[in-house]
Design a protein around this ligand. Sequence first.
Ligand SMILES: [Zn+2]
Length: 491
Amino acid sequence: MPSLTKRASILPLALGLGWAVVWATLLGPSRALGAENFIFYFPSRHEALPLRQIDQSGYLPLEKTLRLFGRPVNKRERQGRVSWRFNRRQLEVRAGQKRVRVGRKRVDLPFPVRHLDGEWWVPISFLTEVLGEIIPDAMEYHAGTRRIFIGEVEPNSFELRFDSLPGGARLTLQFLQQTSISAAEEEGNWILYLGGHPLQPPQPRFEFSNPIIKSLAFDDQDGRPKLILTPGPDQMTLRPLLAEGGMVLILDVARSDPARTAEGRTPRAPESIAPAPAASGGPVVGADSLPAVVLDPGHGGIDSGARGQNGLSEKDWTWRFTYQVRLALIATGKFRVVMTRNGDQLRSLDQRAITANTNRGAVFVSFHLGHTGAGQRTVAPYIYQPPFGTTTARSAGALSFVPWEEVQNSHLPESLRLAQYLRDELAAIEDIAIREPVSAPVRLLRSVDSPAAFIEVGDLSSLEDSGDLEDPEFILQLAQAVVRAIERFSY
Ligand SMILES: [Zn+2]
């Protein structure tokens, strides 16, 4: 397993790329008969029925389907037709006919009902078009998929991002809902079981034209939602990391360390995919014990902050930049990251401080972009400067009430150390002018109950002219430096 410092140093290469749309191949409809299942997800159970592909549609066994939802009674079967009394409605279908009778209503299915091997089969759309009329529950069905969500079931999903790393590749999955994972190895693939909660993947399968990772497929044919990660032909090692309380899954795949192979270990042995032990960067699941870093993307909502000549607003840039810092911090496996806003949201300074203070022991960094007038790339770190005459330290041992506006005072020495590390790491970027940390009456910082710094990147006009604000390389360097400073400060 690579050391943490190594992980930290390879990570920022991922930064410049956005959540890429990955080329994918949808599983075609022509599959072997009877080889598939269709999964029904109910609020507290799931059921699988065989799915048959006939012509252009998947077909479900009608009577078995009805039995999942209730009790069909009074079955009458004669002359190529069958009927039941079901949920106080009369249901009748005919072999070879698209028309279905539901009580007094007639519903036309896109494909005809079939009577095969003594069983009645209906196209999948029967579920939403006919059954949906008879049962009281809501249904969520995505055309072309092999699963349906019934009632209060809210399927999880994810966004996928692919990044190339030196000697490896990384998949980052951002889930909609918390998940947990367990991993296993089967026939050269890694199977990642996703905590049993129903999931609707954005696509059934992602294919990568990459020597490290061939594909990532979703499968729940047995009712257990899982991802199947297929590596390239070489010997590979997988390091999965579940971060952000189960919201982000990072899958690092690398060519196996030759030294380790020489020791006689099988590179794909189950232990190589076990959750990272706490000693090497914290547990994979339940990372709540990790130290928190609170990142504050300046401004948001109707507060746009500074504006560039080409319409760029500070709030958008700070959001994008802070998001990159967040991903980079998560991938170190050493931190839990909290953002003070979710997207383009207006949050007051006090709300931001409260977010910081509900995460005890956190490091707080606020990011801004400004018209500094310097006419070149600059970064200025700030810490809070209390008004003249206030105490800068709490009296030892006294259980005194600390006024909200003096909360930061007792942290100032540590805040200065944080700002100095930020200064040192940012100073390593080429062609950048960096200021020594400045104490200023930054109102945002005064109520933050942890080491806190504020960074202003500038000069907005010249960065806009040079294209630096959109330059992935520059943003990467900045984010890298911030992550290094926070690591140095925390460890
Ligand atoms: Zn600002």
